[in-house]
Design a binder for this molecule. Structure first.
Ligand SMILES: Nc1nc2c(ncn2[C@@H]2O[C@H](COP(=O)(O)OP(=O)(O)OP(=O)(O)O)[C@@H](O)[C@H]2O)c(=O)[nH]1
Ligand SMILES: [Mg+2]
Length: 234
């Protein structure tokens, strides 16, 4: 898949301070960068356009809602890309790590790759203790229930578009990442993790740095794991 087209999706809600940096540091190997502006009240849209991104406006709030909007856009192109890469708009991910994330797919090894924010490469304070715990708990549960080999629910990930479409993603909010991993396991698609770096976000925290965000995300994530298990069995 060496000359595959690669489409990037970045959900962004009030990330005017960081989005330009994220977009401009994405390697040239990608075909198109889509920023899904999720009802921002700041200059996210203009900053993303200036940095060279295609901006889609999705007024319905939610991380998953924004991702679904991006997928719909790519599927409707005359020539959709073969690979979709997701990353966050807050500059916590290192955009240049995109090449590491897509490598296993380009080498025809797997359908799906997650960037795992391993401790050794994570800036201190870039993830809250409850976020670290929650991600580990979700990974352990996926291992017990499905034999999964994930260690993180990191936002930086790559997937073949054909496989992504088969997952029929539904989650509109914070359950998006775990839903994708559960469905990869449930449908026995091939996957791997690659270690990625992670740094403190630019701008104001919206999910893990807030109590409401943390509680809502935890409920969503655990809810998905158990709901999927009881619906589909192992
Ligand atoms: N909270 C939130 N984030 C959204 C939404 N739509 C898109 N996003 C983006 O989703 C990404 C992840 O959100 P973050 O606020 O970084 O969440 P987090 O990484 O768990 O926690 P912090 O970085 O501490 O806030 C960012 O790029 C947001 O801009 C939305 O409706 N709500
Ligand atoms: Mg973040």
């Amino acid at each position: 898949m060496d000359d595959s087209k690669i489409g990037v999706i970045i959900p962004a809600y009030n990330e005017a301070l960081s989005i330009g940096k994220v977009v401009s540091e994405i390697p040239q190997t990608v075909t198109e960068i889509v920023v899904v502006n999720n009802g921002s009240t700041d200059e996210t849209e203009i900053k993303a356009i200036s940095a060279g991104a295609t901006v889609l406006n999705e007024p319905r709030k939610g991380y998953g809602q924004a991702c679904l909007c991006g997928i719909n856009y790519y599927n409707n192109l005359p020539k959709p890309p073969e690979i979709i890469v997701f990353l966050d708009g807050d500059y916590s991910d290192y955009p240049e790590d995109l090449n590491i994330i897509i490598k296993p797919i380009l080498e025809d090894k797997v359908d799906f790759v997650v960037g795992s924010r391993v401790k050794s490469q994570r800036e201190r304070g870039s993830m809250t203790p409850q976020q670290i715990f929650g991600n580990e708990l979700a990974s352990v549960l996926m291992s017990i229930l499905y034999g999964g080999k994930f260690s993180d629910l990191g936002p930086f990930r790559a997937i073949k578009l054909a496989v992504l479409n088969k997952l029929k993603m539904q989650d509109k909010t914070y359950g998006w990442t775990v839903e994708m991993q559960l469905k990869i396991l449930g449908n026995k698609f091939s996957y791997c993790e690659v270690p990625v770096r992670y740094k403190k976000r630019i701008g104001k925290s919206k999910v893990s740095g807030t109590l409401v965000g943390t509680v809502m995300a935890s409920i969503k994530i655990l809810g998905w794991i158990f709901k999927y298990y009881f619906k589909n069995g192992k």
